[in-house]
Write a protein that binds this ligand. Structure first.
Ligand SMILES: Nc1ncnc2c1ncn2[C@@H]1O[C@H](COP(=O)(O)OP(=O)(O)OP(=O)(O)O)[C@@H](O)[C@H]1O
Ligand SMILES: [Mg+2]
Length: 365
C-alpha cells in the first residue's frame, strides 16, 4: 500500500520459536510439555511496506507479533530489527526498541486503562521515553496526536467509556504513534469494529503510513481484509510460515495447498462465478501446537499429501517469485522420525479425490 515498498528489509526474522511450558498438576508443577505457538518462523519486512500475516485462529500470529517487541520471550531464533539483534537486547536497549516499534491491539477497550483519561493513556509512551517534557509541551503533543488520528484534542480529558469502538481504536493508534515509531505491529486492529467503521480505520492507517513513512506488520485471520491492505502476504499455519509472496501473486497463483484452501473460502464478488467455483474443504482438525505432526505440519489436513510429507519437514524454498514450504515443489527439508499415526493420505495421483463442493466457506477463524 505504500510507494516505498521497494526498500530493503527493516526486519528479518529467522527460525523464530516461542514455546510456552505446560505444567503438570503435582505440587512441583513440573514442565510436562510445551505449546509450540511459534515454531520456526521465517519472514522479513521491507521498509515502507505492509506485510500481511494471515492464518487461522491459534496458528501463532499474535505470539509472533508480541515476540518482535519482546512482549513475550522468544525461545529461539533471531529477530534483526534495523541492524539490531532483538533477542539479545538489554533491558535499557529494549526501551529504545519499543520506541521504534509499537503495537496496535485487537481490542482497544481492553488495551486502555478505564481509570485513566485518554490523554493519560496517550501520554504513557511519552513518559516512558522522556519525550515532550513539561506540562504544556506534553499537553500540546497529546492534542496533536489526537488530531493526527482524527479526534478532537478536547477529548484528552475524557475516559474510555465515553467513546465508541472506532474512536477507541483511534486512541490506540495515537498511543502507538506517540513514540514516533518506524514500525507498527497491528494485531487484528479492525476485527472488533463495525464493518462501517473498519474502512475508516483502515484509511486512517494507510494515510498515516504515507505521512509518517511507517512500515506495518498487519495481522488478521481474514485473507480478503489482508489482501486489501498488504503489499506482500505471509501465510501462517500451526506455528510456521507456509508461503510468502506479493499479494497479487499469492492470490492469483498460490503455491501452498493451505493458501489455496484459504483462498477458496473467500467469497467472490461475482455471484455467478461464486456458484460455479469449487471449494477445497480441509478435513480433520487443526493439530494441537503442543503435539504437532512429524514431517510437514500441514500433512494431516493436506489434500495433496504424499510420500515424503510424513518424514521430511519442508523448508521455505523459492518457488518462482514465492517462498513456499511444500514438497510438491521438490523435496527440501529436514528428515525427521516418521510418526506412528499417519492420519489420512492420498497421493497426488488421487488429486480428484480431494473433497470439493459448494461449502459455506468460513474457513479461518
Ligand atoms: N501465554 C500463553 N501460554 C500458553 N499458551 C499460549 C499463550 N499464548 C498463546 N498460547 C497458545 O499459543 C497458540 C498460538 O496463539 P496465538 O494467540 O499466537 O494465535 P493467533 O494466531 O493470534 O490466534 P487468533 O487468531 O485467535 O488471535 C495457541 O494455541 C494459544 O493457545
Ligand atoms: Mg491473535
Amino acid at each position: 500500500m505504500s510507494e516505498r515498498s521497494g526498500g530493503g528489509p527493516l526486519l528479518q526474522v529467522n527460525d523464530l520459536q516461542v514455546w510456552f511450558p505446560i505444567h503438570g498438576s503435582g505440587v512441583l508443577r513440573r514442565v510436562t510439555g510445551h505449546v509450540r505457538a511459534v515454531d520456526g518462523v521465517d519472514f522479513d519486512v521491507r521498509r515502507g511496506e505492509t506485510l500481511g500475516l494471515v492464518g487461522e485462529s491459534g496458528c501463532g500470529k499474535s505470539t509472533t507479533g508480541l515476540a518482535l517487541l519482546r512482549l513475550v520471550a522468544p525461545t529461539g531464533g533471531s529477530i534483526v530489527f534495523d541492524g539490531d539483534e532483538v533477542t539479545e537486547l538489554s533491558k535499557s536497549d529494549l526501551r529504545g526498541l519499543r520506541r521504534k516499534m509499537a503495537m496496535i491491539f485487537q481490542d482497544p477497550m481492553a488495551s486502555l486503562n478505564p481509570r485513566r483519561t485518554i490523554g493519560e493513556s496517550v501520554a504513557e509512551p511519552l513518559e516512558i521515553h522522556g519525550l515532550h517534557e513539561g506540562k504544556e509541551a506534553r499537553r500540546r503533543r497529546i492534542g496533536d496526536l489526537l488530531e493526527m488520528v482524527g479526534l478532537s484534542p478536547d477529548y484528552r480529558d475524557r475516559y474510555p467509556h465515553e467513546f465508541s469502538g472506532g474512536q477507541l481504536q483511534r486512541v490506540g493508534i495515537a498511543r502507538a504513534l506517540a513514540g514516533e515509531p518506524e514500525f507498527i505491529v497491528a494485531d487484528e486492529p479492525i476485527a472488533s469494529l463495525d464493518v462501517s467503521i473498519q474502512a475508516q480505520v483502515m484509511n486512517l492507517m494507510r494515510h498515516l503510513q504515507e505521512e509518517l513513512d511507517l512500515t506495518y506488520l498487519f495481522i488478521a485471520h481474514d485473507l480478503s481484509a489482508i489482501y486489501h491492505v498488504s503489499d506482500r502476504i505471509a501465510v501462517m499455519y500451526l506455528g510456521r510460515i507456509v508461503e510468502t509472496a506479493d499479494r497479487d501473486a499469492l492470490v492469483e497463483d498460490p503455491k501452498h495447498p493451505y493458501t489455496e484452501a484459504l483462498l477458496s473460502a473467500v467469497p467472490l464478488p461475482d455471484p455467478g462465478k461464486e456458484r460455479q467455483r469449487e471449494r477445497i474443504l480441509l478435513g480433520g482438525e487443526i493439530p494441537s501446537p503442543s503435539n504437532p505432526p512429524s514431517g510437514c505440519n500441514f500433512r494431516t489436513r493436506c489434500p495433496e499429501v504424499f510420500e515424503p510429507c510424513d518424514t521430511v519437514d519442508p523448508d521455505l524454498q523459492e518457488v518462482g517469485d514465492h517462498l513456499a514450504a511444500c514438497h510438491l515443489h521438490g523435496v527440501v527439508g529436514e528428515e525427521v522420525e516418521p510418526s506412528a499415526h499417519r492420519n489420512r493420505g492420498h497421493g497426488p495421483e488421487d488429486r480428484d479425490a480431494v473433497a470439493t463442493g459448494p461449502a459455506p466457506g468460513g474457513r479461518g477463524g
